[in-house]
Write a protein that binds this ligand. Structure first.
Ligand SMILES: [Zn+2]
Ligand SMILES: [Zn+2]
Length: 646
């Protein structure tokens, strides 16, 4: 053990020495610190490094680490002075909304409506700010609609900056030591979401490190631990876990993440920024819904706050060290805002894994198509939700939805659309907003209830992550998610009035009728045959949505005073599938045809047994036309099973 510590210390000292030899004297370096996966170099003269960006690139290339330049506290001007200098440097048209300071890291956070103008041509204004104020600017977009969640996360990160710095330092020392073992094999263990949809979690182990991919909740189960992945397996020792990587912010991928902190996890969580923001929101909402329904949540806001401090955000395409023998890169998955395919480069490239997470291998109104080119890949872990289903085209789906809404309104009814707050909600809002604008739908109120509006505000914060059309609209100052007929319902007492009022559309969470306002509207609307219920997303086995979709019409639901009451579903029930954020069977097969390079192993997950079986036999058939598949091994493990990859 002692020799391990010595080895660790010597490799870190080596790293320090090579940085010292590379940084020019004039930069006046005062210290080198680990900041999670990055190396922070503190200097008194940042100008010299910024004027010659080549030097930073050279350092990063030589030490093969990500480098961030920070300023020595001595050169930082007072906050008042810094604010004045920034006001002089940045043109008025940038519309700066707020300036905040992170004294621990020496960052000045500038929120502006036009962040590009704060950065300046070729980054010249950003450079001037750091040189003249001594504070390192972090420039972010002030969204057209403000978001309480984003403001909350930011102020927590600033307020608890010293905790975060010492956390990042300790993580950094763990990541940047030399590997103690040579990687000979990789073991993948299915903890949840195999031969089922829900509670996704995968453990990836090498001799050196342990990485967890996703920590989801099962929407079909009502209590802990049934709703959690099999965190009870022997191999999962939370104190030995190096990292958790999150593919996207849906509850079936993040719902049980805070639990890990409750039971002793102290390490980092890697995700895109949008995933972090949305995941905090969905988890808080999850707690809220559970509490309101009288269920006992398995964790509290405390664990969510800890999770925020432990989350390290990464952008698509950034290569990040997350363990001595593992590098992480995230790629766009096209599923929801910020969703990612996870690429793990293990043991100097000895083995490369791509975990698709949920992905859409086609363009949607909201997002671009999922990535299919990777630097290397030996093992592909692929979702199979629609492995047995061919979905109708987008255009068909839109026409179908609009015609149901129209017919329902013509006979004096209301259309209830249960939506997931993230993804399908925004997609449906875009479709309806446009139909109202073009006259494809007659004017009628569209009620929106649940945390959709907060999520939509987060979307407007990240235009560059959405489809070119939506991005252009937001840059032009429009809000494509808005229409004058949209009414956000904040008062629960309004539901009765809406249910008894004129024809309308109601968009309400949750998307599978497992709790939330959509269930309340269902109770009010179910018995009137003029009304319609339209499912637009996948309904997981065990949820109320799935039961109704499968034909159940006599329900027993909890009334507001806690009594069980019978509810008869007389309203029309429709399922409009083409809006899915998942790839359908053909898209999954196309992805396999096009993925570069070609994997040796294909592991199927995130699908019910019939979807997985059907997809497997479709892949077998593909072997006649797609030759490389003949050399690939296909696995469809169950939870608790492991696959050993060599
Ligand atoms: Zn998802
Ligand atoms: Zn999922």
């Amino acid at each position: 053990m002692n020799s391990n510590i010595a080895k660790r210390a010597s490799s870190i000292a080596k790293l320090r020495n090579s940085i010292i030899s590379l940084v020019p004297q004039e930069a006046m370096m005062t210290s080198i610190e680990f900041e999670g996966p990055e190396i922070a170099i503190y200097v008194k003269n940042p100008g010299i490094l910024l004027e010659q960006m080549g030097i930073i690139r050279e350092i990063a290339k030589t030490i093969r680490k990500r480098v961030v330049i920070r300023t020595d506290p001595e050169i930082r001007k007072s906050k008042e002075e810094a604010k004045k200098i920034i006001a002089e440097l940045v043109p008025k048209e940038a519309e700066i909304k707020a300036i905040e300071f992170d004294e621990v890291l020496g960052d000045v956070i500038i929120k502006a409506e036009k962040p590009g103008l704060v950065i300046g041509k070729g980054g010249n204004i950003r450079r001037d700010i750091i040189i003249k104020t001594g504070w390192r600017p972090v420039i972010i977009r002030a969204p057209p609609t403000s978001s309480k969640i984003l403001d909350g996360i930011l102020s927590q990160l600033i307020g608890e900056s010293s905790y975060r710095r010492s956390f990042l330092r300790s993580i950094g020392e763990r990541i940047h030591r030399d590997p103690l073992f040579k990687v000979r094999g990789v073991r993948i263990t299915a903890l949840g979401g195999f031969q089922e949809v829900g509670r996704s979690a995968i453990l990836v182990e090498t001799e050196e490190s342990r990485i967890l991919l996703d920590a989801g909740a099962g929407p079909g189960a009502s209590s802990f631990p049934d709703m959690a992945p099999r965190f009870d397996v022997e191999q999962l020792k939370l104190e030995e876990l190096d990292a958790v990587v999150i593919s996207h912010a849906h509850l079936d991928h993040v719902g049980m993440l805070p639990i890990l902190f409750k039971y002793g996890y102290n390490g980092p969580v890697y995700a895109t920024k949008a995933t972090r923001d949305i995941m905090v929101l969905t988890q808080l909402d999850y707690l809220d819904i559970m509490t309101r329904e009288g269920r006992i949540p398995p964790y509290t806001q405390r664990e969510i706050r800890k999770e925020i401090l432990h989350t390290i955000t990464v952008e698509y395409g950034d290569v990040t060290d997350i363990a001595p023998d593992v590098r992480l890169t995230l790629y766009d998955a096209g599923h929801i805002l910020g969703s990612a395919m996870v690429h793990l480069h293990i043991g100097n490239g000895m083995h490369n894994i791509v975990y698709t997470g949920d992905f859409k291998y086609a363009h949607t109104r909201l997002l671009s198509k999922a990535n299919d080119k990777f630097p290397r890949v030996e093992t592909l872990i692929m979702e199979s939700t629609y492995g047995e289903t061919k979905l109708p085209s987008r255009a068909e789906a839109e026409a179908n939805l609009l015609s149901i809404i129209k017919k329902t309104a013509e006979r004096g009814g209301k259309t209830l659309i249960p939506i997931m707050s993230v993804g399908r909600g925004q997609e449906i809002m875009l479709v309806i907003a446009e139909a109202l604008k073009t006259g494809a739908l007659p004017p009628m109120p569209v009620y929106i209830e649940g945390m959709v509006t907060e999520v939509t505000a987060i979307h407007t914060h990240y235009p560059e992550l959405m489809s070119p059309a939506v991005e252009r609209a937001i840059h032009a100052g429009e809000n494509p998610f808005y229409n004058e007929n949209f009414i956000v319902v904040q008062d629960r007492d309004k539901r009765q009035e809406i249910a008894e009022g004129e024809p309308s559309v109601i968009l309400a969470t949750s998307g599978m009728l497992n709790g939330g306002p959509s269930v309340e509207y269902l109770k009010l609307l179910a018995e009137d045959q003029r009304n319609s219920l339209v499912f637009v997303s996948f309904q997981v086995e065990g949820t109320l949505g799935r039961k109704i979709k499968d034909g159940q019409r006599e329900l027993t639901l909890m009334s507001n005073d806690g009594k069980l009451v019978p509810v008869k579903v007389n309203m029309e029930v429709h399922s409009v599938e083409g809006f899915s954020g998942h790839s359908d069977r053909n898209e999954l097969l196309h992805f396999l045809e096009n993925i570069e390079p070609k994997p040796r192993n294909i592991i199927l997950n995130h699908g019910e047994p019939s979807a997985i079986t059907q997809l497997m036999s479709a892949i077998e058939k593909k072997k006649y036309s797609v030759k490389w598949l003949n050399g690939a091994r296909i696995y469809a493990p169950y939870n608790l099973e492991s696959v050993l990859l060599l």
